[in-house]
Design a protein around this ligand. Structure first.
Ligand code: GLA
Length: 340
């Protein structure tokens, strides 16, 4: 299946879309935008469609950056993943408070969420094919050994509502606004067996109650040591039993000092990335893509979180992506593209 000279999107045409998250520079600079057009069939705005970016204050909407990304997709026929409607970070924090800075009632919160979701989803309805409706609402860590598990992160949403109604409502509002977009629950540490089970249980229960969840987003912020192929495979298999659409939404494979052990290196720039680290990264990317290809009947999209190491939220010295800080493909790129 190796496709010499073609982009990732062509190599994976029979499997799934290959996506990339972008910033404003990526779509304005011609070298970077040509790379996007050559390699990718799906895009995500890294930050520019998040609540804080488009709706910083009550009644104030700031669309320029999001519009530019949507325009780039329209112009170049690239599909756009909407990211993200609701999240406890980079959120419209004003939504949670009244004029005296007291927390609002859940009714007020729901009304504000509804207005936000309807406005954003309607604006990009023609170009956005799926939305991350709720990001990171499930908590990390072991189950409570002394009683029932409370599966949700104790976010400000949870504080106001006391249960999971805010998640259900967000999906309902998104479905009302666009009956055709695929609606995703998106989270990190999604291959941790306990968290994976929590996500599956929550989504399964909500779907059974009629909440319109179409898919699960596996963020895919990995590193050269983990998660293991077994844990990734187990997680994808479990998710496929709950939903028909799996997206890997934010893939990167970092090689940083937090990993410790013999591969520990200090942030001295690319020189610190040894051949051994590069090989481990190539192997991890190969593992991830082999597993995704195996599940291509339900995996519709694999998105990299940023275009090149230079753009990565982790910093170029973490060496996490397929293109280096000069936008040149690394060996890992060919490992992913020219699969057998
Ligand atoms: C989370 C979010 C992304 C991004 C990354 C870090 O995974 O979903 O939007 O902010 O964190 O950059």
């Amino acid at each position: 299946m190796a496709q010499e000279g073609k982009g990732l999107k062509d190599a994976y045409r029979e499997c799934f879309l290959v996506g990339v998250s972008v910033n404003q520079r990526n779509i304005s600079d011609s070298l970077q935008s040509n790379l996007i057009k050559r390699e990718f069939s799906s895009m995500t705005a890294e930050n520019d469609m998040k609540p804080v970016s488009v709706h910083p204050r009550d009644g104030v909407w700031t669309w320029d950056r999001a519009d530019r990304i949507a325009g780039f997709c329209r112009q170049n026929g690239i599909k756009l993943r909407g990211h993200t409607l609701m999240w406890h970070n980079q959120m419209c924090d004003w939504m949670f408070y009244d004029g005296q800075h007291n927390l609002v009632s859940k009714e007020v919160l729901f009304q504000r969420m509804r207005e936000h979701i309807h406005t954003v989803v309607s604006r990009y309805k023609d170009v956005v094919y799926c939305w991350d409706v709720f990001n990171e609402a499930v908590k990390d860590g072991p189950r409570n050994p002394d009683g029932p598990d409370q599966p949700l992160r104790e976010s400000i949403f949870y504080k106001i509502c006391g249960n999971d109604e805010f998640i259900r409502k967000a999906f309902q509002y998104a479905r009302e606004a666009d009956p055709n977009a695929l609606l995703f629950y998106n989270d990190y540490n999604e291959c941790d067996p306990t968290k994976c089970d929590r996500i599956c249980e929550m989504v399964k229960e909500m779907k059974a109650a009629g909440v319109p969840i179409d898919g699960i987003g596996m963020q895919g912020h990995y590193n050269i040591h983990g998660p293991s192929a077994e844990d990734i495979e187990a997680a994808v298999s479990k998710y496929t039993r709950v939903v028909d659409h799996i997206h890997m939404t934010e893939l990167d494979v970092r090689a940083n000092r937090e990993m410790g052990g013999q591969l520990e290196f200090s942030h001295n720039g690319e020189a610190a990335i040894t051949e051994e680290i590069k090989k481990k990264q190539e192997d991890k990317y190969n593992e991830v893509f082999s597993i995704m290809r195996k599940h291509a009947d339900k995996v519709d999209c694999v998105t990299f979180w940023n275009l090149s190491d230079r753009d990565s939220w982790l910093g170029a010295d973490n060496y996490p992506l397929l293109f280096d800080r000069d936008y040149k493909p690394k060996k890992a790129y060919y490992v992913v593209r020219d699969f057998k």
